[in-house]
Design a protein around this ligand. Sequence first.
Ligand code: AMP
Ligand code: MG
Length: 425
Amino acid sequence: MPAAALSSIVLSFEDARRVVETHARSISTPLTELVDLLASGGRVLAEPIVADRDIPPFPRSTRDGYALRAADLSPLPATLAVIAEIKAGEAVEAIPASIAPGQSAAIMTGAPVPPGADAVVMVEYTSRIGSDVQVTKGVSPGENVVPRGAEATQGSTLLIPGTRLRESAIAVAASVGKSQLRAYIRPHVAVLTTGDEIVGLDQTPGPTQIRNSNSYSLALQIQRAGGEPILLPIAPDEPKQLRSLIEQGLAADLLLMTGGVSMGRYDLVEQVLSEMQAEFFFTGAKIQPGRPVVFGRCVAGQCGADTPVRERPATYFFGLPGNPVSTMVTFELFARPILEALAGQTPATLKFLHARLKSEIRVKPGLTRFLPAILSGEFENSEVELVAWQGSGDIAATARANCYAVIPPDRDRIPAGESISVMLP
Ligand code: AMP
Ligand code: MG
């Protein structure tokens, strides 16, 4: 069949990423729902979390020891009267109204430091002699005490909407008594894998057929980025059926297609979308793997009369190259910010570490490369080495890797020992 004339927009990695980030910023936040705190891990917060009281609510001892006046500890050793014992959660009536000069109170970690005392000396530097304590080491005023309200004052905002709920954010929500939280609804992400050779896991592949792995790796990546994957049936390399499945996919909040975006005669994704009057922002990026990646959107009412775009003026789509490693990499580089924005999250920036290259790399310049690699060593001794692979179809090699080594487009040789950028998936 004659391919429609398609204009190609091939951008550098940075430019393509910028295009995606600009669109991500223009996406409005989704609807919200109430979720139990215990089920909220990984969700995106849709309400501010505010301190319901000062944190800590009392001057908190961070040690087991003696609350006292720092000025009483010179000269050393110093002997002070022990007038009380204060445990964590102590009844207010049992806390002395004041620690006078020459006095102290035995105190436990997490207990309130009584008025008059300005420091806690660790129990390790003391010996108890009847109702007195002998202290052998000085403390500065404020030592081992977190003042009331030092972490947050009542009414201050601790978490803002758009925050991804990791364990620390969940601890904050729990600390202010939120057993339920308002979170953004997870966007639906349609996954459409294409290719005459691709078969489902319920089928025995023929001698020239390949099992669908992309839908499954993508489903995990989508979940991790805050979306809910919806796997569509596998599309054959035939325009009518492909179009009908693309139309189904556009009813989701985001459509991710894999395969069918290269230059082959049966790579029909771009052609079908352009017949549907889709808008294309790029049709390639100067990267490896993943060069033929496509990013665009279908505006409601323009992309086929039947296209029910879900409560949005337009649905974004990505045509991810079919090679499994290309699919994984291009999702992380380009699809993730759009999905995060659709999920209500402030999109995260890409994070690069630096590590010392173990063995020399030689490549052709011109492309930014994200090559599966193994990061090892710790702290300042991080080392990275490419895995031996057969190219971007090599899932087994990629499964042995734990990161991507990033090679800038202007380098053709990087010697062993040089510090290079590493991207964690
Ligand atoms: P394409 O991008 O359609 O040219 O496909 C590139 C390569 O990726 C081909 O070797 C395909 O067989 C393979 N491929 C495409 N889709 C998938 C998939 N869903 N799972 C595994 N391999 C795939
Ligand atoms: Mg194909």
